[in-house]
Design a protein around this ligand. Structure first.
Ligand code: ZN
Length: 216
């Protein structure tokens, strides 16, 4: 069977993200939510489809394009200035094993390259390889715990994740980085779920929304 490149957004043959979808992804960026995370795209419609495309064909080209949109969001507020490095909020070991890679890391590496700063692994999950079902109720409600590499005093860091829902993951990452001395970590995601879904998750704490899984 011949391998053919298809658009992650509309399945048209020819490019990993076609021209029509590139324009469609240039719509207004979501407002940063109460979680303080700036996202390049809403996790809806065509944008959602392209983000989900990270898991499938032409992953690297899709990641490069999405990273470019994150860079636009960074530059729009001037966060590229006085920046020392880019990092990511690592996914659980179990999820990374099942996917074969970490989507946050993939996008973070492209973002760093495009900004001309190093990308460093600064965070580890202190919960080890616990999966969603193995996590405590507290952890499900408040997000994972991270530990940051020591010796980051005064460093200025951008943290990248793929999709933000409640912001718990990036908030936990930011807390660990602050503890290690990072000055006001700047939080970015490729996409954010509409405010309504995070709000409804908050209204039903017994059914805490997991960070969206792209495994489906
Ligand atoms: Zn397309």
């Amino acid at each position: 069977m011949m391998f053919q490149i298809r658009c992650a957004g509309c399945d048209a043959p020819g490019a990993a993200v076609c021209t029509t979808c590139r324009f469609a992804l240039l719509g207004p960026r979501p407002q940063p939510g109460s979680h303080g995370v700036r996202a390049a795209l809403p996790f809806t419609g065509r944008a959602r489809k392209v983000v989900l495309g990270l898991k499938y064909r032409n992953r690297r080209q899709v990641a490069r394009h999405l990273a470019g949109l994150v860079v636009n969001a960074i530059v729009a507020v001037g966060d590229q200035h006085d920046l020392d490095m880019v990092t990511w909020a690592p996914t659980s070991d179990a999820r990374r094993r099942s996917r074969g890679f970490d989507q946050g890391e993939l996008v973070a590496r492209h973002v760093a390259r495009q900004l001309g700063v190093p990308c460093r692994r600064l965070l580890v999950r202190s919960g080890g390889s616990a999966t969603q079902t193995g996590r405590s109720r507290i952890e499900r409600l408040h997000g994972p715990e991270f530990v940051a590499r020591p010796g980051l005093d005064g460093r200025r860091v951008i943290v990248v994740d793929d999709v933000v829902t409640t912001g718990a993951t990036l908030r936990a990452a930011a807390a660990a980085l602050r503890h290690a001395g990072v000055v006001e970590p700047r939080l970015y995601a490729v996409a954010s779920t509409p405010a309504g879904s995070a709000a409804s998750a908050r209204r039903r704490p017994g059914l805490a929304a997991p960070e969206p899984t792209l495994v489906a």
